[in-house]
Structure formats: C-alpha cells, structure tokens
Design a protein around this ligand. Sequence first.
Ligand code: TK8
Length: 338
Amino acid sequence: MKRVWGSVCVVLCLALVTAACGTSGSAGEAIVIKAGIGLNEDHPQGQALNRFKEIVEEKSGGRIQVRPYFSAQLGDDLKMTEALQAGVQEVTIPSTSPLVGIVPEFGIFDLPFVFDEEEEADAVLDGPLGQKILDKLPEHGLVGLTYWENGYRNLTNSRRPVKRAEDFRGLKIRTMQTDVHLDAFKALGSNPTPMPFSEVFTALESGTVDGQENPLATIVSNKFYEVQEYLSLTEHVYTPFVFLVSKSFWDRLSPEDQQLIREAAIEAGKYERELNRKANAEALEELKKQGIKINEVSPEEREKMKQIIQPVIEKYRKKLGEDLVKELFEEVEKARNR
Ligand code: TK8
C-alpha cells in the first residue's frame, strides 16, 4: 500500500512541475512564441515556419517554444501585425504590401517589373536597402528580422486569358491593400478592389471579383483554380514577406535569445526561398493537371504593360522619395551586374 502511495506522489509531483513550467510567473519558465501566417501549412511558407519552430526549439533545448498557426487562424496579415504591436502575438510573416499603412517605404517593393530574377530580389532585400526599411519598424512596435519570399505574382481570372495589355480592361481584380497596386491596375484599365487575403477565395467564388494575383504556389495551395478559369503568367511584380516580431516581446528577451531567434528566422528563410522556387515549378504542372487554362505573356506585351504603368512609377518616385526609389534601381543594377 505504502509503495502505491509513493508512486502516486511521484506522479503528482511530476504533474505539478510540468504545470508550473507551462504557466507564466516562475523563473525558468518556457518562452512561448505564437507565430501566425495567412497561408496554409502545405505552402512553402508554412513548411518553413515549421522549420523555424524546429530550429528554435532544438537550439534552445526546448526553453523557447513556437506554436505555429496557419491559414489566417489568428487573422489576416494586418490584423496579426496589429496583434504584434499590441503585444498579444509574438511573430507573423506578412506580405510587405499591406504594411504600407505602417511603413510607407515598403511601397518600393510593390513597384511592378523591378526584379528580373529572384536573385536580384535576394541581393536587394538582404542588402543595405532592405535593412534600411526594417530599421523603420521598431518605432511602430515591430522588429523585422529578415525577408522571406512570396515571389512573382501571376494573374488568374474567370473572364478571359490576359495575353495583351488591353486584356486587363474592365476586369475586377482583388489586390493587396497597397496604393501602388491599385494605381497600377487602374492604369491598365481594370477595376481593382483591395481586400485581405483571407477573403479572396469567397470573393472569387461569389463573383464579387473576377480575378486575383498571387504566386503559383499560393494559387495551388489555396485552390484558386477551383474558382478561376484562366491563369496568365504575367509575373508583373515580385513581392516579399517580412519576418516580424512584437517589439514588446523582443525587448524582454536576453541578447542571446534574440540572436538565436534572429538566426533561426534567417536560416528558415533560406529554406523557404529554396522550397518556394521548387514549388513554383511543380505548381505549374499541378495547375495544368487541374485544367485551368494557362497562357504566357510575350516579352513585347510585357513591355507594353511596363510602358502603361510607367506614370505610376513616376508618381511613386515622388511619393516614396526620389532618393529611395533611385537607390532601389541602383541596387537592382548592382545585383544584375554581379
Ligand atoms: C498571405 C498573404 C498572401 C499575399 C496576398 O497572408 O495577400 O495576396 O500574397 O501571401 O500575405
């Protein structure tokens, strides 16, 4: 009998210790990072978030725990960013585009037809210009650790293949919440409607909009092909993700833990870019299989689209700052000649 009580006691004590570790207040408690994204777990971004979790938990010996939330379970990009500012969520990895209301300079990454190759984007984002914009985040309660890849965006719609610049005319297109894209699609004669990503599928299904634009991996992962007839390989803009941490959370971490988390975000980001580039190629095959009608856009027509959008670039050269936009194009040029 005594022995039975002994083991019950051991079990109870263990349970108490475990419970104490899981709650806040005591020294040596686990640090918990709630990390949310808008995309699904099967998307390269979702897989890389899982990789981030593995790295952080392994390197910290389980002292820092990451709880990933996918598919906008914690809200869309803007809502999660606001939760970081309020200190009720620790990490999110949104597109930079809807953040232009917080840091307008992110708008330079919304300018269409800037990067010819993904490697140019890597060089600019990972270089001094990318860092300069990350440096604007702390005054808004956010810390930006690094950029991940969303990638080249392509247009899908339910009305017609978009092969020529004129084919954009009259299409109702969902865009991200950024003025540059609104103006660019207006210049092409379409009817843009800004909307959070989490509402896009339903808007396409119900016909509230005719189309949307996103990288191929997202079109597959979110099954947009189920509610869209045409995919046009416009590659009209490359947009990044930014790895954000709540500043109030960040400031409570030791410099060692900050370093650990920063390195994990960068390492998982390298993995994400790799995976995303592979996924885009496979996505095209998958989309063919799914029966969406795919068309390419000739270099001549892309050039025409570029010409039509040029006044928008001029407008934002002034709005975003002549020097900043100049720096962007100089950095791209440098990357191109490397
Ligand atoms: C996911 C978004 C998405 C973006 C969009 O949360 O909104 O279209 O491309 O990837 O960040």
